[in-house]
Design a protein around this ligand. Structure first.
Ligand code: FAD
Length: 615
């Protein structure tokens, strides 16, 4: 029997990062997936990043994960979303060439030492003394391991719906994964059903591009990865069109034929990524819903019409597409569909993404109730890291809400669970001024290096960048000016005679390094990225000081660890309902206990008092 330290099941976005992280830590790792060729496939929209999601991609990169570099290799329309808003909510995004992305991910996986790719359908897990000790494939092969990461995406008992047609599948044209749901159920884990959907794919040659609007890439292309110096791919335009009254009429008249509305789908769909029938039912027939026509590749005519996913039957889809400007004659390559699949209540997991009920098993990605490539990849990295730690006899590592969006997402999932597919937003992060996409490496690369996740190239480049920031900050703090001297340069300050440094001046509205260069030309020699980071840091300095105090408080709560054998039942004065919830979800620290639904300050004080008594 082949032995691995870590076996990762599933070669999607979560699985690739999990396998790569585990192997980077030196664990002998196998990526067991249905087909080598489908590693890195984007099941739905050909795009990476966006608001909140772009932050996750940058954080994966800061920890030397793959997604950012692969997106840079496959990106064909880079845009910085919210460019006009504050840096905390800017989100890098790119349209991706599906084929280039997939091939770049496969190449990245192939390059990693300690990592074998095995083709096969994982059907069951082998258990020894109540722990996972191996994986068994549907064709009878067995592999032993110290830890397993399950990243099966939408494949667990996946069921596609198109109108009243039902097709068991993990994705269109791919078999579902059936055995592992039974394995999970045997451990006593509750499985739920969620659903998601994808729009039709159109032949771009049959779209009337002159009849639709255009959206172009940015002029200055900002890569995802801190290691990418420039983007090489040519950049494409997307089309923009809208649904019409006629579209709404057809959909409304046929709403009962949608799998969603005819009661055939039990799973709950993503509220923030609704189907077109959902939009019409929920938001009424407002003046049309926007559709982005996204080309799927540089040498591929397929177009992804973003905004009209549906589970309506094919004849209704064909009819409503004809009512959309630009799509009147569009030929459909593949009709839209919805898919339902099993997921595990993420409150069954520790913040290391380990399943509490089955030692040795970690879960990441869509299986944990999330939606999106970026959310999946970020969890994969955490699960792979902790699986390798378990295999190597090291302590698990938890990211914090105070240091990353990764920490925010995992804390949300493991303490609150999900009522619908979870996706990342900047509004989920309470410390968003500190957790910016632009400073992900400053926040996380040192941690990644300490954990052994970060390779030499990144560490060398990061160290040089950090040095630039430190020297730049010293320079800006050393240059100073009085209010009357500043007036000579058109700068109006309080005439209090106080000298202010260039760093302090950056906190003033309308101030920028470019303007300060008129006073101190030496500022112009600061390296571009460091200069821009210092500009943001100085502008936010006052708010960040305040936020730092909140972060210290939050970390204090996180440091109040609740041991796994803590007896919540023995706490007098706690309601039975809270006792049950606490017993069921076993929060790992006081901060997590505080986020359990129904928790009160009095109950928290009680737990704290008992923790103190026990220690
Ligand atoms: P996946 O990318 O699904 O990868 C799972 C991998 O595991 C596959 O390679 C599969 O072959 C492999 N696998 C599964 N079972 C086994 C097994 N037993 N043995 C071996 N290998 C196995 N996201 C959005 O953000 N917005 C959307 O609108 C959206 N719509 C979607 C619509 C559809 C129809 C689908 C299918 C997905 C959609 N997604 C959407 C979700 C997005 O595709 C996922 O969030 C993301 O791909 C999840 O990544 P993952 O790694 O968890 O799983």
């Amino acid at each position: 029997m082949n032995h691995y330290d870590v076996i990762v099941i599933g070669g999607g976005h979560a699985g690739c990062e999990a396998a790569a992280a585990s192997a980077r830590l030196g664990a002998k790792t196998a990526l067991l997936t249905h087909k080598r060729d489908t590693i890195g496939v984007m099941s739905c929209n050909p795009a990476i990043g966006g608001l909140g999601k772009g932050h996750l991609v940058r954080e994966i990169d800061a920890l030397d994960g793959l997604m950012a570099r692969v997106a840079d290799a496959g990106g064909i329309q880079f845009r910085m979303l919210n460019r006009k808003k504050g840096p905390a909510v800017r989100g890098p995004r790119t349209q991706a060439d599906r084929k280039l992305y997939r091939l770049a991910m496969q190449a990245a996986i192939a390059e990693i030492d300690n990592l074998d790719v095995i083709e096969g359908d994982a059907f069951d897990l082998a258990l020894t003394n109540g722990r996972v000790s191996g994986v068994i494939t549907a064709d009878g092969r067995s592999y032993s391991c110290a830890a397993t990461v399950l990243t099966t995406g939408t494949f667990l008992r996946g069921l596609i719906h198109i109108g009243d047609k039902k097709i068991p599948a993990g994705r269109m044209g791919e078999e579902p994964s059936l055995g592992l749901s039974q394995t999970l159920l045997r451990t006593g884990v509750a499985l739920g059903r969620l659903k998601t959907g994808t729009p039709a794919r159109l032949d771009g040659k049959t779209i009337d591009w002159d009849g639709v609007g255009r959206q172009s890439a940015d002029d200055d292309l900002v890569p995802f990865s801190f290691l990418t110096d420039s983007i090489r791919n040519p950049q494409i335009d997307c089309g923009v069109t809208r649904t019409t009254d006629a579209t709404h009429k057809i959909i409304s008249e046929n709403i009962g034929r949608s799998a969603m509305y005819s009661g055939q789908i039990e799973g709950i769909g993503p509220r923030y990524c609704p189907s077109i029938e959902d939009k019409i039912v929920r938001f009424g027939e407002r003046d049309g819903h926007q559709i982005f026509l996204e080309p799927e590749g540089l040498d591929d005519d397929t177009v992804y019409p973003n905004g009209i996913s549906t589970s309506l039957p094919e004849d209704v889809q064909a009819a409503f597409l004809r009512t959309i400007p630009g799509l009147e004659k569009a030929h459909v390559i593949q009709y839209a569909y919805a898919i339902e699949y099993d997921f595990v209540d993420p409150r069954e997991l520790t913040p290391a993404l380990a399943l509490k009920k089955l030692p040795g098993l970690f879960l990441a990605g869509q299986i944990n109730g999330t939606t999106g490539y970026e959310e999946a990849a970020a969890q994969g990295l955490v699960a792979g890291l902790n699986a390798a730690h378990l295999a190597g006899g090291r302590e698990s590592y938890h990211f914090s809400r105070t240091d990353s969006y990764i920490g925010v997402m995992i804390d949300d999932l493991t303490s609150k669970g999900v009522a619908e597919p979870y996706r990342m937003f900047t509004s989920r992060a309470e410390y968003r001024l500190s957790l910016r996409a632009d400073n992900a490496d400053m926040r996380l690369t040192p941690t990644g290096e300490r954990l052994g996740l970060v390779g030499t190239e990144r560490w060398t480049r990061f160290s040089a960048y950090r040095q630039e920031i430190e020297s730049g900050r010293e320079l800006l703090q050393s240059l100073n000016i009085t209010p009357s001297e500043a007036a000579n340069f058109g700068l109006r300050l309080n005439q209090d005679g106080k000298r202010r440094s260039a760093y302090e001046l950056l906190a003033y509205p309308e101030q920028s390094l470019e303007r300060l260069c008129q006073i101190w030309p030496e500022i112009g020699s600061l390296p571009h990225r460091a200069a821009s980071a210092l500009e943001i840091e100085a502008a936010y300095a006052v708010y960040m000081d305040r936020q730092r105090a909140d972060i210290v408080d939050a970390r204090r709560e996180e440091e109040k660890v609740i041991p796994p054998d803590f007896d919540f039942g023995a706490l007098p004065g706690l309601s039975n309902e809270l006792k049950q919830k606490l017993k069921r979800f076993q929060p790992v620290n006081l901060a997590q206990a505080g986020r359990i639904d129904g928790m009160t300050p009095a109950a928290l004080s009680l737990i704290l008092a008992y923790l103190r008594k026990d220690s």
